[in-house]
Design a protein around this ligand. Sequence first.
Ligand SMILES: [Cu+2]
Length: 197
Amino acid sequence: MRSLLGVIAAAVALGGTFASAPAPAPSPTPPGSRAAVPPRDNHLLVRGPTYVYNRAYAGARTTVAAYAGRGGRATVVFVVTGMPRSTWGRRFGVHVHTNRCGRDPAAAGPHYANPRAPRGATLAEREIWLDVRVLPGGIGVSRHTSTYPLPSDIQANSVVLHAQPTNTVTGDAGARVLCTTISLANIPRPAVSRSRG
Ligand SMILES: [Cu+2]
């Protein structure tokens, strides 16, 4: 069976449009060189879900990875496994929301909307959507690279999977099913390259 990280790596490789990709594996820092070597672990990775709001999805597991590329644009990768058989082949709306997950599905608040997006931007450009199609076997994978740079104090703290696909006009996707807390303000910023000496 393919490992979850393998699935994420495959998702990241799709399209190949990335300016930068996370290091393939953490490497041990040689003793005594901690200050001289920038951290290789340049991404956030969270496993969830933090809350499940529908008993039929109790077996679902989520992984959310996020990293910042050049210019402050960020990429978020969403993986869900263990989706019930009744969902195989269906699409589900997935979005980044403003607040952390809570016992109440509404706790995650509204969709995150990038305040740096220009006035004419569409919802899909302003928000972070990660809709997935569930494959046979119950796995769904998606990724989103922000259209515009994200502010470093971004108020985006969860990823919610809904019961329906996202309506691209309204952004609605029905009831909240799974919620995974991840604070995107904590994405490590790309290391500034310095002259070695
Ligand atoms: Cu949502």
